[in-house]
Design a protein around this ligand. Structure first.
Ligand code: NAP
Length: 213
C-alpha cells in the first residue's frame, strides 16, 4: 500500500471570553469565523479570572464553564476547554496560547478570535508582543463600525511583530451579556438571546437574580 507523506495541519479557532453568560452572538461569531476561514473547529475557553475585569462581580467559573458547554453541545465543531478555569491566577491569553501551542507542537495552528473593541486595546494586554508573535488573530468587526483606528492598530501589529491578523465582518447582533444579566434580574425573558439549555441552567441555579450572592 502506498503511504502518503501528506500531513495536514489542523486549524483551530479559539474564542475566549468571560461568557457571563454565553449568548447567541458569541455562537454566531464562532460559526461565522469557522465558515469564513474554513477552520476545523472552534475551542471556546471561558476565562477563570478575567484579567481586565478585576473590579467586576463575576459569576463562579464552574457555572460559566457549564453554560458554555451546554450552549455549544449541539455543534459537532464546537469544543470547550476548561484550561483557564483550571489554571490558578489571572487568565492571561498569552499563557493559554503558549500552552495550546506547546501541547500541539506543529500539528495545529490557532486563530484567536476577538471583537474589534477588545483588539483595539491589545497593547494593554500582558505580554502582548509575545502573544502577537505566537498567535494568529481574527478580529471580528460589526457592519457599520468605524474601521480607521482598528486598521491603524492592525497595521502596526503586523509591521512591528509580524502578526497574522485577519478581519471578518459580520452583521450586528445587539446582544450583550450585561443586558442579559440585567433582564434576568428584572424578571424579563431571555429566550432567543441565549440557547434554551442556558435559560434552564440560569433558572435552575437562580443566577443573575438580586438574591444570588
Ligand atoms: P466577552 O465579553 O465574554 O466576549 C467574548 C468575545 O465575543 C469578545 O471578543 C466580544 O467582543 C465578542 N462579543 C460579545 N458580544 C458580541 C456581539 N453582540 N457581537 C459580536 N461580538 C460579540 O469577552 P471578554 O471578557 O472581553 O474577553 C475576550 C477575551 O480576551 C478573553 O479570552 C480574555 O481573557 C481576553 N483578554 C485577555 C487579556 C490579557 O491577556 N491581558 C486582556 C483582556 C482580554 P467585543 O468586546 O467587541 O464585544
Amino acid at each position: 500500500m502506498k503511504e502518503s507523506n501528506d500531513f495536514k495541519v489542523a486549524r483551530y479557532g479559539v474564542l475566549g471570553g468571560t461568557f457571563d453568560p454565553i449568548h447567541n452572538a458569541h455562537l454566531f461569531v464562532a460559526e461565522s469565523v469557522l465558515e469564513e476561514l474554513n477552520l476545523d473547529k472552534i475551542i471556546f475557553i471561558p476565562s477563570g479570572i478575567p484579567p481586565h475585569k478585576a473590579d467586576h462581580k463575576i459569576t463562579r467559573a464552574d457555572h460559566r464553564l457549564m453554560m458554555t458547554a451546554l450552549a455549544t453541545n449541539s455543534n459537532e465543531r464546537f469544543f470547550v476547554s476548561p484550561m483557564e478555569v483550571n489554571r490558578e491566577g489571572k487568565s492571561y491569553t498569552v499563557h493559554t496560547m503558549r500552552e495550546l501551542r506547546d501541547e500541539n507542537f506543529s500539528a495545529a495552528e490557532f486563530y484567536f478570535i476577538i471583537g474589534a473593541d477588545a483588539f483595539i486595546e491589545i497593547e494593554t494586554w500582558a505580554m502582548y508582543e509575545e502573544l502577537l508573535k505566537i498567535t494568529n488573530f481574527v478580529v471580528v468587526t460589526r457592519l457599520g463600525s468605524d474601521d480607521e483606528v482598528l486598521d491603524k492598530i492592525i497595521e502596526k501589529c503586523k509591521h512591528e511583530f509580524g502578526a497574522d491578523i485577519y478581519k471578518v465582518t459580520i452583521p450586528n447582533l445587539e446582544i450583550s451579556s450585561t443586558d442579559i444579566r440585567s433582564r434576568v434580574e428584572q424578571g424579563k425573558r431571555v429566550e432567543y438571546l441565549i440557547p434554551s439549555a442556558v435559560v434552564e441552567y440560569i433558572k435552575k441555579y437562580n443566577l443573575y437574580s438580586s438574591s444570588t450572592s
